[in-house]
Design a binder for this molecule. Structure first.
Ligand SMILES: [Zn+2]
Length: 331
């Protein structure tokens, strides 16, 4: 996506945010919309050097956002969502991607206190801290460079067109460059995994299940799906689902596409469904309907800017697109 496309994409949402400012929250959320599916990654009061690629919430902000959801929507579990056992009610189902340790340490206790069910989507290659997501590697390198600039590493990254914040745009195919930059800075990812334990362990995952939470898959290695072949996409879904199934035997077998479902061909979605690799799949297109009844769109809650205005803008945007007959994602 070039800069112009990015501006074109942001412009209607910007206008909708301005319109949303004048709308009554109560009325806006009461309007007919698809089931509301906000998702996050992590919540922490600490500075997490491995996460510079999205603005995660601190505990106070997260609790405020949950209270806001609870004011307008009723929380439902993944099973209730799957059985559509909520007719006539405005409901939401909450989920979290990437399987980070804060899901057990910080998020689950808050959700239990407030009585909110949720699904945690895990990358099978990262459970038990066996490997680190390439965006978190990039964040660790950038955090180190911000603290201790290093000319040689910066020059090496610039030669690979990954200087400054551009390192956060690196894809899984550039993982060798990230590994080499880390070596130059004497960052040892294995040590980081061992000491920091950024991911959930199998034991923590099982405890989440015993506390009533749902577990789904989020691919094996978190690749950019739009850059890999359809066969490889299906393989990533199949492998991660089978690890989750053997770990926790979920009642509803769910998968959330890493980054975005945009660029996943309809044939891949249909194969996943027809071969019963899982029951439901999730995208990240925001508040939108989807032309496939087993594929649902979620709202990325971790955006910069004012949370309520972002959310109201999203619902205004949905109504605008519905009026233009463009509120349904077609594949
Ligand atoms: Zn993810």
């Amino acid at each position: 996506m070039d800069e112009r496309d990015e501006r074109m994409r942001k412009f209607p949402r910007f206008i909708c945010k301005q319109v949303g400012y004048f709308c009554s929250t109560q009325q806006l959320f009461r309007m007919n919309t698809p089931v509301f599916l906000p998702f996050y990654h992590t919540v922490s009061d600490e500075n997490l050097p491995h996460i510079l690629n999205y603005p995660y919430r601190n505990v106070a902000q997260f609790e405020k956002e949950l209270d806001f959801f609870l004011k307008y929507f009723k929380p439902v579990s993944l099973e209730e969502l799957a059985s559509e056992n909520y007719s006539g009610k405005k409901v939401f189902h909450l989920s979290f991607d990437d399987g980070l340790r804060e899901c057990a340490d910080v998020i689950a206790p808050i959700l239990l206190k407030k009585g909110i069910p949720a699904t945690f989507f895990l990358n099978s290659a990262f459970i038990d801290n066996r490997a680190l997501f390439h965006k978190y590697k990039a964040s660790l390198i950038l955090s180190r460079l911000r603290e201790n600039p290093d000319n040689e590493t910066e020059e090496f990254l610039a030669n690979n067109n990954l200087d400054g914040n551009k390192i956060l745009t690196s894809g899984i195919s550039q993982i060798d460059i990230l590994n080499r930059a880390a070596e130059k800075l004497k960052i040892d990812f294995s040590d980081f995994l061992k000491n920091q334990q950024p991911y959930l362990t199998s034991g923590q995952v099982k405890k989440l299940v015993s506390n009533g939470f749902s577990i789904g898959a989020h691919s094996h290695t978190h690749p950019e799906f739009w850059k890999i072949s359809p066969e490889k996409q299906i393989e990533e879904v199949r492998e991660s689902m089978s690890v989750i199934e053997s770990l926790v035997k979920p009642k509803v077998r769910a998968f959330s596409f890493p980054f975005t479902d945009s660029g996943v061909p309809v044939q891949v979605l249909e194969t996943i469904h027809n071969e019963k690799i899982c029951d439901f799949t999730f995208g990240t297109a925001g508040v939108k309907s989807d032309s496939l009844d087993f594929h649902l769109q979620r709202y990325p809650a971790e955006q910069s800017g004012d949370f309520v205005q972002n959310l109201k803008g999203e619902f205004v945007y949905y109504q605008l697109r519905k009026w233009m007959r463009k509120a349904t994602v077609k594949h």
